[in-house]
Design a protein around this ligand. Structure first.
Ligand SMILES: [Zn+2]
Length: 62
Protein backbone atom coordinates (compact mmCIF):
# COMPACT_ATOMS: atom_id res chain seq x y z
CA UNK A 1 0.00 0.00 0.00
CA UNK A 2 0.99 3.55 -0.48
CA UNK A 3 0.99 6.15 2.28
CA UNK A 4 0.87 9.80 1.31
CA UNK A 5 0.94 12.87 3.47
CA UNK A 6 -1.98 15.21 2.86
CA UNK A 7 -0.96 18.84 3.17
CA UNK A 8 -3.34 21.09 5.13
CA UNK A 9 -4.26 23.16 2.09
CA UNK A 10 -5.41 20.02 0.32
CA UNK A 11 -7.49 18.67 3.23
CA UNK A 12 -10.85 20.29 2.59
CA UNK A 13 -13.20 17.69 4.04
CA UNK A 14 -13.75 15.99 7.36
CA UNK A 15 -12.64 12.37 7.33
CA UNK A 16 -13.18 9.58 9.81
CA UNK A 17 -9.95 8.12 11.08
CA UNK A 18 -10.22 4.30 11.34
CA UNK A 19 -7.52 4.23 14.00
CA UNK A 20 -9.42 6.16 16.65
CA UNK A 21 -12.89 6.53 15.05
CA UNK A 22 -12.71 10.28 15.41
CA UNK A 23 -12.94 13.02 12.84
CA UNK A 24 -9.96 14.45 11.04
CA UNK A 25 -10.77 18.13 10.83
CA UNK A 26 -10.43 20.05 7.57
CA UNK A 27 -7.03 21.66 7.06
CA UNK A 28 -5.37 19.22 9.40
CA UNK A 29 -2.23 17.47 8.26
CA UNK A 30 -2.95 13.76 7.97
CA UNK A 31 -2.14 10.66 5.94
CA UNK A 32 -4.01 8.89 3.18
CA UNK A 33 -3.37 5.17 2.83
CA UNK A 34 -4.08 3.63 -0.55
CA UNK A 35 -4.05 -0.14 -1.11
CA UNK A 36 -2.31 -0.65 -4.44
CA UNK A 37 -4.75 -3.31 -5.64
CA UNK A 38 -7.91 -1.59 -4.40
CA UNK A 39 -7.32 2.18 -4.61
CA UNK A 40 -11.02 2.82 -4.00
CA UNK A 41 -10.52 1.64 -0.43
CA UNK A 42 -8.19 4.41 0.57
CA UNK A 43 -8.53 5.63 4.11
CA UNK A 44 -7.51 8.81 5.86
CA UNK A 45 -5.63 8.53 9.14
CA UNK A 46 -4.23 10.83 11.76
CA UNK A 47 -0.50 10.47 11.46
CA UNK A 48 -0.12 9.36 15.07
CA UNK A 49 -2.90 6.78 14.71
CA UNK A 50 -1.25 5.29 11.64
CA UNK A 51 2.08 5.01 13.38
CA UNK A 52 0.45 3.26 16.33
CA UNK A 53 -1.98 1.13 14.32
CA UNK A 54 -0.25 -2.14 15.24
CA UNK A 55 -0.92 -1.48 18.89
CA UNK A 56 -4.57 -0.62 18.33
CA UNK A 57 -5.52 -3.16 15.67
CA UNK A 58 -3.01 -5.99 15.68
CA UNK A 59 -2.41 -7.57 12.33
CA UNK A 60 -5.16 -5.79 10.44
CA UNK A 61 -3.05 -3.95 7.91
CA UNK A 62 0.10 -6.01 7.54
ZN1 LIG B 1 -7.08 8.97 14.54
Amino acid sequence: MEVRRVQPYRALKTYLCPGCNQDIQPRAMHLVVVPLDTPDLRRHWHEACWQHRDRRRPGRLR
